[in-house]
Design a protein around this ligand. Sequence first.
Ligand SMILES: N[C@@H](CCC(=O)N[C@@H](CS)C(=O)NCC(=O)O)C(=O)O
Length: 195
Amino acid sequence: MILFFAPEFSSLADHIALLEAGITFELSEVDLDSKRLGDGSSYLAVNPKGQVPALRFDDGEVLTENVAILAWIADRAAHLAPAGALGNYRMLEMLSCIASEIHKRFPIYFSLPEEAREAVGDDIVRWFGYLCPRLQHGYLFGETFGVVDAYLFAMARGALAMELPLGDAYRDYVARVEARPAVQAALRRERGKAQ
Ligand SMILES: N[C@@H](CCC(=O)N[C@@H](CS)C(=O)NCC(=O)O)C(=O)O
């Protein structure tokens, strides 16, 4: 199985979740500008959308979209999904919210001239604020890290790097998630220090 990624983009969430799940996989880095892989071949042959993440299974099937890949991982690692009768749907509810209300606003933000970004930045901060009370016990679903946290962490880390004012609760959250061994390993691998 191969995870197609771009260093420290949203595919970081899937990379972390695969490591947390203990699933064996390889990495293939995508140059998002040229849409080329390390061997020079076109990434569009893997994912015609040209976006990361994509997960290619050994039989050649390719799964794309953070929501789908993270849900697939959680299906194989029960400790990464919320418990309870509605657990699976609560996870999808959260993944969809992060994807459509937060993640999707990042490319819109960067597509605008700097002087026109404020309103989109405010919307991003507002949606992080909506999720913030959920972090009081450590993670989005209480005291246990899950695939939803891998996704929110990747987004919050990006937003803080953009200097959006997410507040101390998110600084603490990002530091807490970043301290996890799987997250450290994913960051090292993405920075090319321990491939
Ligand atoms: N809906 C997709 C969005 C993925 C996405 O926006 N990926 C970005 C990196 S975070 C990307 O590949 N951008 C390059 C492009 O759109 O050409 C998902 O959630 O997987």
